[in-house]
Design a protein around this ligand. Structure first.
Ligand SMILES: O=C(O)CCC(=O)C(=O)O
Ligand SMILES: [Fe+2]
Length: 515
């Protein structure tokens, strides 16, 4: 059957219903033998330079821009028309937001077929020759459309067998200010991305390719201009599998036991409606069922307002958190203004651990009545986590062989503004753990869902969304997360600046509590 299909694809187009053959010719520089030899030599020596329409560069990792790449401009117009006629699907997750066409592997449109042929036959042959990598015939290409606020955040493209990534740009005249550049990242001694080393502005009829490697970190920066469509065809060439180095592990956030503080601190800070025994047992019942809870107006109003105004007006030392393939936001450090450090203290206090135990049914304090030893079961057997099918069986596992477990917490004050996000990644030390997540929001007035900045909880492997927490003033979100649950904060896009052009964004206290 495959030979039949191949024949069908390649049947002589001139005679087929008398149609004119559509061919996408490559630029002279790619056909010329002398140019090819020069490019091969330069690639081998990692030498930057121009060879006709080919520009080779080696920093921050080997890549190449070919402009122009296709000889016939008429062909590209036809191609663009066919591409825009395809069905596009909105794609959105932690890493990206853009529109992707149906797979181009089997499309029969004449220009798309011709492009497939020229890229995966003629160009692949050139690429193989120049780079010395034997490339397979595997076709992997799709069409992407990035509009206002779309982005593809920092990633390395690594997947078994991918050796070269390519992108053919079909964009109108493009300016740096439009965003949508292909940014290439520097990497540090741990092969983690840092700053942006180079931004490539997309150009009509240009093709970029780069070697996929453990350091080929890149992003499509957010498109900042309304009404501009960044259209491209991209994909990968496959070859022999390369060994990957061991992944870099993030250090585990520092966890500490509660700090001594009696319940006075609760009466000072927390809305009294959450302090009555009745309210707490009602909340606990609901939490045990749903594993999540939003407590509105959580702090007393004056306290909330005080923290808000300090956040907005007093100087706080913010540290940029990375690496960009994992996160991008600001974390408070150093000496904090009084109102802020007192709020931190509240969340770390013994009284607060007990309050959380009462609100959730988790055993975060030895005085909590939640450890149902009498039934001979683990402390929180009755707590179903946000991932549905959890039996809670792993609860009895001891952590790092500790015989006596002390409830612990870690937490930080974070600032969220345009361009910030967190990503799900395989080497998150917080993954595969049970935890009670706490988020408490400030400065979110008029924040809209379309800005991003919400926290999404998803089930591992499936892209199924379990729960989304939207930033909301003085709202305390509690989520019991299990080993199968992952979370991310959605990229905050350019629209967020319509709310406050001064990049104020919002703030949250983000804590995790472990039984
Ligand atoms: O469109 C671009 O410039 C890059 C696309 C990309 O990195 C990808 O699709 O993996
Ligand atoms: Fe990529």
């Amino acid at each position: 059957m495959s030979s039949k299909r191949r024949q069908g694809d390649r049947g002589d187009p001139k005679t087929k219903k008398g149609k004119r053959e559509i061919k996408a010719g490559l630029t002279e520089s790619l056909l010329d033998q002398a140019g090819r030899d020069a490019a091969r030599q330069a690639w081998e020596r990692r030498e930057a330079g121009n060879h006709g329409s080919i520009t080779l560069s080696s920093a921050p990792f080997p890549h190449c821009v070919i402009h122009p790449v296709i000889q016939s401009l008429e062909f590209l117009d036809g191609l663009k028309e066919e591409l825009l006629g395809l069905n596009f699907n909105e794609k959105s997750n932690d890493l990206y937001k853009f529109k992707q066409s149906d797979d181009l592997k089997r499309r029969k449109e004449p220009h798309i077929s011709a492009l497939r042929q020229v890229l995966f036959e003629d160009f692949r042959e050139w690429l193989s020759d120049v780079t010395g990598v034997k490339l397979e015939k595997t076709v992997d290409m799709s069409c992407a459309q990035y509009d206002y606020t779309d982005t593809l955040l920092c990633h390395d493209d690594e997947l078994e067998g991918r050796r070269f990534a390519f992108i053919l740009y079909l964009v109108p005249e493009w300016l740096e200010a439009y965003g949508g550049s292909l940014d290439l990242y520097n990497t540090d001694e741990n092969a983690q991305p840092g700053s942006i080393a180079k931004s490539l502005i997309p150009k009509w009829n240009s093709l970029v390719f780069f070697e996929v490697s453990p350091i080929s970190f890149h992003q499509v920066s957010e498109v900042l201009c309304e009404g501009k469509c960044r259209l491209s065809v991209s994909g990968w060439f496959y070859g022999p599998y390369l060994e990957r180095p061991q992944p870099f592990l993030d250090p585990l956030p520092l966890r500490s036991p509660h700090i001594p503080h009696d319940h006075e601190i609760l009466y000072e800070w927390v809305n009294p409606v959450y302090l009555s025994v009745d309210a707490q047992s009602q909340i606990q019942e609901e939490f045990e069922e749903r594993s999540e809870m939003l407590l509105k107006n959580f702090l007393q109003e004056e306290k909330f307002n005080e923290v808000c105004s300090v956040l907005a007006t007093q100087s706080i030392e913010w540290e940029q958190c990375g690496p960009p393939n994992r996160r991008c936001y600001q974390r408070a450090r150093g000496d904090l203004p009084n109102a802020i450090s007192s709020c931190m203290e509240l969340l770390k206090s013994e009284a607060f651990f007990l309050l959380l135990s009462n609100l959730t049914g988790l055993s975060l304090h030895f005085l909590s009545t939640n450890s149902d030893d009498s039934e001979g079961e683990g402390p929180s057997q009755n707590n179903q986590s946000v991932s549905e099918d959890d039996s809670g069986a792993e609860q009895s596992e001891t952590e790092q062989g500790q015989s006596e477990k002390v409830p612990l917490c870690s937490g930080e004050l974070r600032h969220w503004t345009h361009g910030h996000y967190t990503l799900i990644h395989d080497h998150d030390p917080e993954r595969h753990q049970f935890a009670l997540d706490l988020l408490l929001f400030f400065g979110c007035k008029d924040w809209k869902e379309e800005y991003g900045g919400f926290t999404s909880y998803i089930a591992k492997e499936e892209d199924e969304e379990l729960l989304t927490v939207y930033p909301e003033n003085n709202c305390l979100a509690l989520v019991y997360r299990d080993k199968e649950t992952m979370r991310f904060v959605k990229h905050i896009n350019h629209k967020s600046l319509e709310r406050d052009a001064s990049h104020k964004g919002f703030w949250d206290f983000a804590f995790a509590y472990h039984e």
